[in-house]
Design a protein around this ligand. Sequence first.
Ligand code: ADP
Length: 391
Amino acid sequence: MENPNTVRDRVALAALKYGIAAISVALALLITQSLQPTVFPTPLFFAAIVISTWFGGIGTGLFAVLFATLLLDYYFVSPTRTFSIHPAALLYLAQFSLPALLSSWFVKKRKDAERALKEARDQLDVKVQQRTAELQSEIAERKRAEEAFHKTQADLAHLTRVMTMSELATSIAHEVNQPLAAIVTTGDACARWLALDPPNLGRARESVGRIITEGNRASEVVKRIRALSKKTTVQKSALHMNELIHEVIALMNVELAKNQVRLRTDLESELPLVYGDRVQLQQVILNLVVNAIEAMNEIRDRGRELVLRSEKVGPDRVQVSVRDCGCGLEASPVEHLFEAFFTTKPGGIGMGLSISRTIIESHGGRLWATSNPDHGATFHFALPIADGSDS
Ligand code: ADP
């Protein structure tokens, strides 16, 4: 059942609409009568019908047409003050009521069109607001995702570095052990030179010199390890690429020997400097070397050879290539190789190449891979040479 309040509201609204129609037609009658005989009787009635239809709709408009026709008949068609229904009167009234009906219909159509337009505009407004809100939340979401991605990438860069470090523990022990052993033997020798009678001070001085050199070597190794394992901020400087390669080789020597990999270097001697972060670029070379060793793990029918090459290419680039003769890129399509979490290794994380590419690109360079004509793959990266370094 309909709510009584709603029914009451409807009745009130209808009364208001029909009231406006009746009043406007009555006003039209009064004004027209008062201006007689100077004005035509019909125009003000038309106006009253237009007003009634505009405010009340088609029902009210029809009511106004009917009411106006009756009033016209009663007050203006002779004989006046009576309802005439003879043919001439009917023709006169039809001349008024038909155009009046048409006007009412036009007014209704016009009103409908305006309402539809307003609704469409309102809907559009709502849609625009909704879409704007959606876009804003999409942008915020994307920003959050990007931030999370960068954080994860930074964390993973740190993680892979630390993991590579643990793999390299043996290598480090070896690296530090060598100078320490040299220090001990040279110290022994020094003690013997001093114990002679008379003491051989010249040889003892030489021994002390060697001890200092070896001590510095050990401390350099430790410093390198610490730099690699620490989450340091990026520190760019002009770098000798060959020096970086040598440092990585020093770290990887034991690993190479353990995996029976023969290393060959082909480093251009007069290489221009590059501008970059030492630790990050070392991490890239290290990743490529570790990957190359792993790619050759299963190779039994040929020698495992790794070639590290550096060269100047074009007018302004230094290029480094890491070439192996391992399993090649058949199982790893080039378009996926550098994607985060792409791995074909059982225990792999698939972040090494993705991080390496990010690092190289943040240095204004390019990292890519090619298949070798015979066996294995070569990973290359090219970096711009440092400003003012072209020798
Ligand atoms: P992970 O070593 O953890 O798998 P990477 O991002 O370093 O992650 O490598 C991604 C994948 O790229 C490897 O799983 C391997 O399939 C392929 N790949 C990388 N280096 C080589 C290479 N030298 N030879 C063949 N495939 C390689």
